[in-house]
Ligand binder design. Sequence first.
Ligand SMILES: Nc1ncnc2c1ncn2[C@@H]1O[C@H](COP(=O)(O)OP(=O)(O)OP(=O)(O)O)[C@@H](O)[C@H]1O
Length: 951
Amino acid sequence: MVRTPLTPASMVRTPLTPASKVGRTPAPSTPGGPKAREEKIFVTVRVRPLSRKEQALNDQIAWDCTDEHTILSRNLNNERSTVPYIFDRVFDPTCLTQKVYEEGAKDVALSPLTGINATIFAYGQTSSGKTFTMRGITENAVKDIYEHIRNTPERDFVLKISALEIYNETVVDLLNRDSGPLRLLDDPEKGTFVEKLVEEVAKDSNHLRSLIGICEAQRQVGETALNDTSSRSHQIMRLTVESCLRENSGCVKSFVASLNLVDLAGSERASQTNVDGVRLKEGSHINRSLLTLTTVIRKLSGGRRSCHIPYRDSKLTRILQPSLGGNSRTAIICTMSPALSHMEQSRNTLSFASRAKEVTNSAQVNMVVAEKQLLKHLQKEVARLEAELQSPEPSSSSCLKSLLVERDLKIQQMMLEMEELKRERDIAQSELELERKMHKKQKGSSRQIVKRLPFSTENEPVSAKPSSLSGTRNKMRRNTMMRQSTDPSMLVSEIRKLEQRQRQLGEEANRALEVLHKEVSSHRLGSQDAAETIAKLLSEIKEMRVVSSIAEDIEVREKTSLKEEISRLNSDGITIATLEKQLENAQKSIDKLMLSLPSNDGTTESKLQTMRKKTTPFPLRNTTNRSHIIRSPCSPLSSSRKVRESEQENQSPQNEDLVPGADTLLEPCKSTPRREDCNGISSREGTPGQRRPNSVNVKKMQEMFKNAAEENIRSIRAYVTELKERVAKLQYQKQLLVCQVLELEENEASASETGLSVQSPMSWNLVFDDQRRQIIMLWHLCHVSIVHRTQFYLLFRGHPDDQMYMEVELRRLTWLEQKLAEVGNASPALLGDEPAGSVSSSIRALKQEREHLAKRVTSKLTSQELEMLYIKWEVPPGGKQRRLQLVNKLWTDPHNMEHVKESAEVVAKLVGFCESGEQISKEMFELNFVLPSDKKPWMGWNLISNLLQHL
Ligand SMILES: Nc1ncnc2c1ncn2[C@@H]1O[C@H](COP(=O)(O)OP(=O)(O)OP(=O)(O)O)[C@@H](O)[C@H]1O
């Protein structure tokens, strides 16, 4: 059933399906086979009967078709040894075209119906029967295609036809000869195509046949000695089949594929065909393009697809490119004359056929998405979904909603877990840092231990690595440390942090103790010793909870004075020490409890040792892990119950002989009947006389439960140990802080002695001067842009508001200086996107900046000013590059404040800070601040240099 085409088509002639309309996609499934299948070209040989002329000339039959696949020369001239040629199919002279079609072409011919491109072409010497064969193939194919369409009512089909001939390397439209020579164009999507080639829609089979008839009639035919109606051109007829499921199915995709029916002009020898003039010219073109075809086939058959395949050497091969090693199923029917007189030509044909056999194509289903239909389909889908969303009754949309809610919850939960993990990581990092520091400091003097505290962030490396730079730098770093260590606001922040950590620790301890409490209270061990241990442990746990709650009660007021902070901190020390002590006691009690558990293997001492060995730090810090432990089969909450149940299970008198020694463990629970055990063993309640059939497992169960109990206690012990360690670290941190506070008090005292207050304006001026000197030195050491130095120097002159900016700059430079010392010239950028990531790159950038500034000297300074500067900066007269010499002298002496001031003035003039009146805001410097841990780029020093290039 042929329906109106998917594309608007004129009734008579339609252009080729526009590429823009279709989006080619690989098909999800292939009705006729796999997605993209590799397949060799199907090669058959057809031997025609001797022609009348050949018979008349008493030409001999030189070939035997020994079976359906083999052809053998008779070697009548005894020239060569006979070699059999084997092909997919060999048709002897008696075979009818119908058979040739059925067995050599049909399968390929019908591929377009399932979206796979196909090509069938006839190759052979002139008058060998190519046109004769292709006519029959075309006729049969058309018949079968229409039959298939009739038998497939669920799909709509559109058939289009176009045809061209290549005559003397000129492409001519056989359906519109008047259009003259056509151009071949290349399209990235479609490949090579013929511009303006007419494609007509076949309304039915008769219409198609008539169109085919027109094409044949239009073809160049001429008389030669060998063929009265010799085809003088290559003809390519293209049938395009579009098919899709009927509209009501909502299908938006359709198959589109073409069947190329190619009748080549025959290879010929001028001597044989007795041609001259026009025919000779035709023949030479024919032979040339056939030669290219042969070369293409030869190269492809060698399996060297990666090597150059000369498709572009002829129009024939350009057009047939997809059929030769591309996205197409291809069948070649090689025709030949059986006559001895054509022996050589026939051999050539067979040789070509043999090569063609080796060529592999990879055909795939071609689908197009009809935009209009797709749009319709999507509109329908949207309407359906909207309706579902509005529908009040439970439907798939509500199910979807609940799924979404569930997903959101999961995401939230995961985010919380992530937060928790991050917090854990931060704590761990800070602890690790502290440990490292402690280890280092232990080697130094006790005075040095208390000098340094983390500078507000726990992640920041606190220990200064040995620097390769000058001693000045070390001195400066020490100064910076000192400055940091005596900052009261820093201390307050440190104290707060410490307190927060202490509270967290207290909370965690509480939770752990809760678990411990439950675990301990769940044990019903008979011995007096164990009972006492439990009682002691319980009271200790209670005490500990009181202690940790004291830690929780600490109130952190916003505006607490440092003195208050210090005194509170000192009193907190007692709390921490108490907590430490209590944890120690708890640990001992747990050990004792473990010893009191009955043992089947070894002495109590060996058990204790095993237990200690096994006491690996358990990851209980994470709440998820904690809850996992609590809920696991070995958890304090579940396993204890199981232990009891197990005990009850085994207290039957009938079991005594089966489980020797079980009573020792299970004695206190003998009277309690058991209903059901955790392994689903059925209850024996009410069947006292019955023997347990699986009583051998009872012992195993006992052991399992006992092990579970031990495991739980061990876990708790490990956790208590860990808590203890953390408390110790906290204690250490506190000690450091206290020392810091003492140092501060000392400073305060000495300041008050000299009549200076820490916060007085006078002291700020001193601090400012000190910081500025440090900054200038660090600029110098880090080879920072002199434009940046100038800007900063001129902007920040000691106003109290500058404090923060000075701090930031100093901190950034300290970090940078440290980093540069670490990486030297070896490492690439460490400053986010900052290109100056190593000493050498910083020096290079600074050099470029100076060179650029030197270029601005003449434009920004009058000759008088310049001469004065030359004198002042001692640039010798008559020297080379005096301007650069001058700029190179700027910002070179960090110790000389006069030099710094004058350098800043000169650079400001060169850059134009003063004349533009556009003062760069101070905030810019604040924004530039980047924490070492933060990888965000800052609009920093080199950027200023870059900007400068464009001034
Ligand atoms: N299998 C066949 N059985 C009978 N006659 C055949 C057969 N094959 C070809 N012929 C006849 O041989 C003659 C030449 O055939 P055809 O024109 O098809 O050859 P061709 O290879 O197309 O030649 P050219 O390359 O010159 O066009 C025709 O008269 C045709 O009818």
